[in-house]
Design a protein around this ligand. Structure first.
Ligand code: HEC
Length: 267
């Protein structure tokens, strides 16, 4: 009885609160995101990533310093902001992670099994892929995002990514757009941005890879897409597959022009 009475009282109180006294979730989230960004260890990871970039590995015992990320062998400055793009030597469009795998298996002669055995790290130890990605992305700070858009395969990747973004399937008949296609969709306290619109996706593509505070891990866009497919109850996509790169291509082209402001820090 007492419980019911108190519940009723709380309800009545909430209803009686003037509108301006209710918490603005959007503002609160922004304030909080700023607070966590100030304590991010992303920069430490960048230093570790640079060491891995320069570390001699694989049967050929060479570093990745000769890897061509699209701006010439060894050039890391501004390279991330110009991905994904078409690479003639592989005859396909690649994002950063896919390109790094390519360099590990060609330049360093590592086996695909070796290069992919630990793509996702944990809170104690980020993966080589995650550390390398954070280091390389950090070298694009301030550079406007400008993925490749001229080559026919770059345009095809955009179109495939767009189709995939809106394609509904799986046990729940979800597409990416089910959660990221309408304004004011919210999961728990987080507003989900409309990623098919430039204003919704610009800041997103300019802040991955990101440090995720909730699990104290640094993650790349390949992981983000994999995790969302998992949330949609779709089969897990293959790391670096044509489909995952196409989605990144679609999102990055839609959000192009935004100066890169990562590696980011997120909830
Ligand atoms: C069931 C709902 C749901 C679906 C469907 C979904 N996502 Fe997500 N997505 C989320 C949630 C929840 C987050 C995390 C928000 C957060 O960080 O708290 C998220 C985050 C993201 C982010 C990072 C956003 C940021 O702020 O940096 C990207 C990019 C993304 N999703 C892409 C996709 C893509 C691509 C698909 C389709 C393959 C997809 N999502 C499908 C729920 C979904």
């Amino acid at each position: 009885m007492l419980k019911t009475l108190m519940g009723g009282a709380a309800l009545a109180l909430a209803a009686a609160l003037p509108l301006h006294a209710q918490v603005d979730i959007r503002k609160e989230t922004q304030r909080w995101q700023q607070m966590i960004a100030e304590g991010s260890p992303a920069e430490l990871f960048e230093i570790e990533g640079e060491a891995l970039w320069k570390k001699k590995q694989g049967p050929k015992n060479v570093s990745l310093e000769g890897c061509d990320l699209g701006q010439g062998p060894g050039v890391v400055k501004a390279a991330y902001a110009q991905l994904p793009k078409y690479f003639a030597d592989a005859d396909r469009v690649m994002d950063l992670e896919t390109r790094l795998l390519h360099c590990m298996t060609t330049l360093q002669s590592r086996s695909p099994q070796d290069a992919t055995q630990r793509l996702y790290g944990n809170a104690d130890r980020p993966s080589e892929m995650e550390l390398l990605s954070v280091y390389i992305a950090g070298q694009s700070r301030g550079v406007p995002m400008a993925p490749g858009t001229r080559h026919v395969k770059e345009r095809e990747a955009f179109e495939l990514g767009q189709k995939l973004f809106f394609h509904r399937a799986g046990a729940w008949d979800f597409s990416c757009s089910s959660c990221h296609g309408e304004a004011d969709k919210r999961i728990r306290m987080q507003y989900l941005p409309v990623m098919s619109q430039p204003e919704g996706v610009r800041k997103i593509v300019a802040t991955w890879p990101s440090y995720l505070v909730r699990n104290a891990q640094v993650k790349t866009m390949q992981w983000r897409i994999w995790d969302c497919y998992r949330q949609m109850r779709w089969p897990e996509p293959v790391f670096g597959s044509e489909a995952t790169v196409a989605i990144t291509q679609y999102l990055t082209v839609t959000g192009q022009g935004e100066p890169y402001a990562g590696p980011g820090t997120k909830r």
